[in-house]
Design a protein around this ligand. Structure first.
Ligand code: ATP
Ligand code: MG
Length: 335
């Protein structure tokens, strides 16, 4: 197969993979403006038919990551490779649109429904864009709306239906073209906990029925019960991975530390507190694994210089290295 834009031969991903993100960076801000480095080298795979979660504090880069993977935002560097081998970052814009319409569904953090169109017209829109016939569109809209329990609301505009129903309309729209991958950014952000559970149960059922993969980012504790695997992002870096059934109030207990593509590892808060900001460690490969030992405190110790969270302004208690309110990791090295 050839990538039409570059005429470069591309290799499909190995069987079982839906997407591969390789060293994604994203920097916001134009020339001469203050820059925000939102993503700092993120790499991971999404397996076929899995629900993969992304968790992390506000401002850690979740939405930026989803937008970059879905081709809505061009990453500053890195590759986003889909199962047929297409690198979305290399496609010219007009081909990106087409690729997205055919392969990806997106449930936005803000629902993004077209306010003057009825629920059914909103759902029909992506099918119009790929030129599906009227008869097929009508059939698919009915099928999706019945499946999501919103058929009786078909003629209503988004304002005249509840938050949960709007969310279902946005999910139906994302599913319209039968994509193999759905990105959902805080899909349960604007609904009550009962509706959250229903939406997530629905994702689980649809995953089985339609063989779709999901990438869901969320702060919602309920989400942890539905994901097959969850990645933890902090300050634009992947710091941990969790398997099924995670408790968002106690991430330390289920976190596997990640050594990322660039061989970085982020130590858990507990260890940082225990060693009070020591920055030099000796290391050895021991029988059980890698053993890190802090150098004696008197030899090299840093003071905590940051008193207020740089993300949300909360006062930071002495001896802590992340914000108790928003979870942002604080730069602790002031030498
Ligand atoms: N358009 C933009 N211009 C400049 N900086 C931005 C822009 N959008 C996001 N950022 C910054 O990039 C970082 C990551 O933002 P992002 O929206 O991806 O975080 P998030 O994890 O989705 O947060 P939340 O949980 O609040 O939705 C933040 O520091 C944010 O302020
Ligand atoms: Mg966000």
């Amino acid at each position: 197969m050839y990538d039409v834009s570059t005429k470069v031969k591309i290799q499909p991903l190995p069987e079982g993979l839906t997407l591969q993100a390789v060293d994604i960076y994203h920097v916001y801000g134009l020339e001469h403006q203050n820059k925000v480095v939102a993503l700092r080298g993120i790499s991971f795979d999404i397996n076929k038919g899995e629900i993969l979660g992304i968790i992390g504090p506000s401002g850690s880069g979740k939405s930026t990551l989803l937008l970059s993977l879905g081709g809505m935002l061009k990453p500053t560097a890195g590759q986003v490779i889909y199962s047929d081998g297409t690198d979305l970052t290399k496609l010219p814009e007009e081909l990106q649109f087409e690729f997205r319409r055919n392969n990806i569904g997106y449930v936005f953090q803000e629902q993004n429904l077209i306010t003057y169109l009825s629920a059914e017209k909103n759902i029909e829109m992506p099918m119009r864009l790929i030129g599906m016939s009227l008869i097929d569109r009508k059939k698919r809209v009915r099928e999706l709306m019945e499946r999501l329990g919103i058929w009786h609301r078909r003629t209503h505009t988004p304002k005249r239906i509840s938050g949960g129903e709007q969310q279902r309309v946005s999910i139906a729209r994302a599913l319209a073209n039968n994509p193999k991958l759905i990105f959902a950014d805080e899909p349960t952000g604007n609904v009550d906990s009962e509706t959250s559970t229903q939406i997530l149960e629905l994702f689980n059922e649809l995953k089985e029925e339609m063989d779709t993969s999901y990438l869901i980012c969320s702060h919602d504790p309920v989400v942890g019960e539905f994901t097959d695997r969850t990645l933890e992002i902090r300050d634009g870096i992947l710091i941990g991975e969790h398997l099924e059934d995670i408790d968002l109030t106690d991430l330390d207990s289920s976190r596997f530390l990640v050594i990322d593509n660039q061989n970085r590892i982020t130590l858990p808060e507990k260890a940082l507190v225990q060693f009070q900001g020591t920055i030099l460690y000796t290391w050895e490969i021991a029988e059980e694994g890698l053993l890190l030992k802090p150098l004696a405190k008197t030899e090299r110790k840093i003071e905590q210089k940051i008193k207020f969270c740089t993300t949300c302004g909360m006062e930071i208690p002495k001896g802590e290295y992340s914000c108790p309110r928003c979870g942002a990791k604080l730069s602790r090295v002031v030498r």
